[in-house]
Design a protein around this ligand. Structure first.
Ligand SMILES: Cc1cc2nc3c(=O)[nH]c(=O)nc-3n(C[C@H](O)[C@H](O)[C@H](O)COP(=O)(O)O)c2cc1C
Length: 174
């Protein structure tokens, strides 16, 4: 699939079919995330794979973030976490994880798998709740939860260009 087509056609999916995702596809999605650019090439992302067929998992997700309640119709999700890189002068983990996630969404889409990015960082209560739920070590921070599954809804392609957001050389130049 052409990358430009994938960028404009990927949409947030909030209704999922009861079909599991093959292990090999999960690996491709993770690998796409791990292949993103990162500050100092520090690759500060880490992942926890959540199987929603396990008792209480998707209910707990919905309890932590009501805006992620559609996890209850999806087979799985991936908790993307970040860690502070050692021996680098600036902490880019939040930015690294964001680039990683966008790669994962596009990779999933190109495999025919729907996804939804649900926010955790910088909401401290949510970070703490996911940290406790997934028993994260002290140096690992919950960044976002990516819900994955085969789409049970169709959404139109979206191509946005807003000239008001664009400036040339100096802010006042239009
Ligand atoms: C940081 C972040 C947090 C988000 N959190 C949620 C969420 O908790 N629940 C949800 O339904 N969508 C969430 N979204 C998805 C956005 O609502 C969605 O990307 C936006 O409406 C644009 O729609 P599109 O992805 O179909 O282009 C989040 C997106 C981002 C980038």
């Amino acid at each position: 699939m052409n990358v430009i087509d994938a960028i404009f056609s990927r949409r947030s999916i909030r209704k999922f079919k009861d079909i599991t995702i093959a292990e090999k596809d999960i690996k491709i999605i993770l690998s796409a995330g791990m292949s993103a650019p990162s500050g100092y090439n520090a690759q500060t992302w880490r992942f926890v794979i959540l199987d929603h067929s396990k008792e209480g998992v998707s209910k707990k997700i919905a309890a932590i973030n009501p805006y992620a309640s559609m996890a209850q119709t999806a087979p799985m999700s991936i908790l993307v976490c970040g860690t502070k890189a050692e021996n680098v002068p600036i902490d880019f983990w939040v930015v690294d994880c964001s680039a990683c996630i966008q790669n994962m969404l596009l990779a999933a889409y190109s495999l025919g798998i729907g996804s939804l990015w649900t926010g955790i960082y910088p909401i401290e209560d949510r970070m703490k709740a996911f940290s406790e739920f997934c028993k994260l070590p002290q140096n690992i921070f919950a960044h976002s939860l990516i819900i994955l599954g085969y789409a049970d809804e169709a959404k139109p392609r979206k191509e946005i260009y807003n000239e008001n957001f664009v400036h040339y050389d100096f802010w006042e130049n239009k």
